[in-house]
Design a protein around this ligand. Structure first.
Ligand SMILES: Cc1cc2nc3c(=O)[nH]c(=O)nc-3n(C[C@H](O)[C@H](O)[C@H](O)COP(=O)(O)OP(=O)(O)OC[C@H]3O[C@@H](n4cnc5c(N)ncnc54)[C@H](O)[C@@H]3O)c2cc1C
Length: 472
């Protein structure tokens, strides 16, 4: 049976694009965090939408499950197959063409396997900003960004991937091609199918192409690092910037003392230019379409007001692009420093800004009381109420052993606090296999049942990424 099925796939894709040997498939079977390793009957590399549709039809006929995969940088194991060796991985990296930039409609139309950074660069070469930006942009792909509804550092001004998307092309679980590639900003024709597939992590359909929004490139950007003493003054600072800079505020990232200490341990060149290691370091970016001078004056005047109002104690404004980039690298390297330190317990959570202070104070207190010596690596897109509230074991304690013993109770403690504050247990990383149980416990019974109903309706055979997001 397996060989007949593989022959059929080879007839669709050509022999070179059906990978089956261990040497060829291994790079596709372990997730970025090295938390999950699976097996696959084959790794498939289609080059166009018709091939994807033909693969899905062949899999449906043979009742073989498909795990869609982009750059495999997701944090929740969504793109990693299970251990059965009976699933196929469908990686879209060969579908990497920008189909069109429509300058008057300010849209870009592209295939799902385009690398995010390549899309940013292509847009910039034609004078546009493609605002989606995240630490993995050199390897994650647009299809994966859409499937996870990725966030990143520009959400505050431009929204998340969902907000940037106008149209999709999707291969359904039956192998039909839905062409929803309309670059429309208004379309009220019933149920929003596009929004159903965005964020569905490959469980409802396979995204093969998209039309996304473009924006004018800003002509000047100013980046600053600001020292704050506590979370209340950090939020007051955010509110001040929102009020005074309005849409010019494009970044507001928070890093705690402990996060930056971990950075310096693994990347000693990444020293915080602010004096005396403040409890909180905030990276703020303003972008403008007027003059350099205009935004610089605005930034200085807001900082002055914040200083006089006691919201901050120190600031460093980047004087050139390379210094601004070094500030952003400091922020982005925290994720890499954590990976270098070893496994840690990650919580990508969001709570309303009004509840953030109480969330941090109470959760910090409970965690430190119950797990003495742990390091709370708390940083994130504070402007969106999104914290990466991660727990590393005490110095010198084996990470694997710590996680094995405490993963469940630590998650439950943090998620309980999130629920108490009216938040969400996944702000931007999705659910995958990591948070399957968490979603079931915290989404609410009615919402969880509705999700299962949708999954059963669109994929009754359960062949698209089974046991990810919801189990039916
Ligand atoms: C250093 C680093 C920094 C990061 N920073 C951020 C951040 O700031 N914000 C953020 O949101 N995330 C961040 N991430 C997580 C990750 O990069 C994002 O989730 C990204 O969107 C995943 O894209 P990918 O192409 O790697 O998808 P993959 O990991 O390959 O897949 C993710 C999920 O999408 C599904 N999928 C992939 N392609 C398709 C498709 N074409 N059709 C249907 N389903 C598909 C997969 O089955 C899987 O469930 C970061 C990751 C790293 C390593």
């Amino acid at each position: 049976m397996s060989q007949i099925f593989l022959n059929e796939l080879e007839a669709i894709l050509g022999k070179n694009y059906v990978l089956t040997s261990e040497g060829d498939t291994t790079p596709y079977l372990t997730d970025w965090r090295k938390r999950y390793t699976g097996k696959a009957l084959a790794v498939l590399l289609p080059s166009n939408t018709q091939e994807v549709a033909a693969i899905v039809k062949a899999c449906a006929k043979a009742n073989i499950a498909i795990v869609p995969q982009g750059g495999h940088t997701g944090f929740c194991g969504g793109a990693t197959p299970d251990a059965s060796g009976k699933q196929v991985v469908l990686n879209l990296k060969r579908m990497n063409q920008v189909r069109e930039i429509d300058a008057s409609n300010q849209t870009i139309s592209m295939e799902a396997g385009c690398i995010l950074q390549a899309v940013q660069e292509r847009a910039a070469s034609e004078g546009f900003l493609f605002p989606l930006s995240l630490g993995a942009e050199g390897s994650c792909m647009i299809g994966g960004n859409l499937a996870t509804n990725a966030g990143g550092t520009n959400v505050l001004r431009y929204g998340n991937t969902r907000d940037l998307c106008l149209g999709l092309e999707v291969v359904t679980a039956q192998g039909e091609i839905w062409n929803g590639l309309k670059g429309l900003r208004k379309d009220n024709t019933g149920y929003d199918l596009r929004d159903l597939f965005i964020g569905s992590e490959g469980t409802l359909g396979i995204i093969t192409a998209a039309v996304m929004k473009l924006y004018p490139l800003p002509i000047s950007q100013w980046t600053t690092l600001v020292a704050t003493q506590d979370i209340a003054s950090t939020i007051a600072l955010l509110n001040l910037f929102q009020k005074r800079a309005t849409s010019l505020l494009t970044g507001f990232e928070m890093m705690t003392q402990e996060s930056l200490a971990l950075n310096e341990k693994h990347f000693p060149q990444m020293r915080n230019p602010l004096q005396n290691n403040p409890p909180f370091t905030v990276l703020i970016e303003l972008s403008d379409h007027e003059s350099e001078e205009h935004v610089r004056q605005l930034l200085e005047s807001i900082l002055e007001e914040a200083f006089e109002g006691g919201m901050m104690s120190d600031a460093v404004i980047a004087t050139n692009l390379s210094q601004a980039n070094s500030f952003w690298h400091m922020r982005e390297h925290i994720t890499l420093a954590q990976a270098a330190e070893g496994a840690n317990l990650k919580h990508d959570i969001t709570v309303p800004l009004s509840a953030l202070e109480s969330f941090i104070q109470e959760t910090d207190h409970l965690i430190r009381a119950q797990y003495p010596g742990v390091r709370i690596i708390n940083f994130g897109h504070l402007g969106d109420g999104n914290l990466h509230y991660n727990i590393a074991p005490p110095e010198g304690v084996d990470a694997q052993a710590f996680n094995l013993a405490y993963e469940k109770p630590v998650h439950e403690l943090v998620y309980g606090q999130v629920e108490r504050c009216g938040g969400s247990i996944s702000a931007e990383h999705g659910v995958g296999q990591l948070k399957l149980e968490g979603l079931r416990a915290h989404k609410g019974a009615v919402a969880h049942d509705l999700m299962k109903t949708l999954k059963r309706a669109l994929d009754p055979q359960n062949i698209l990424n089974p046991h990810k997001v919801v189990s039916i």
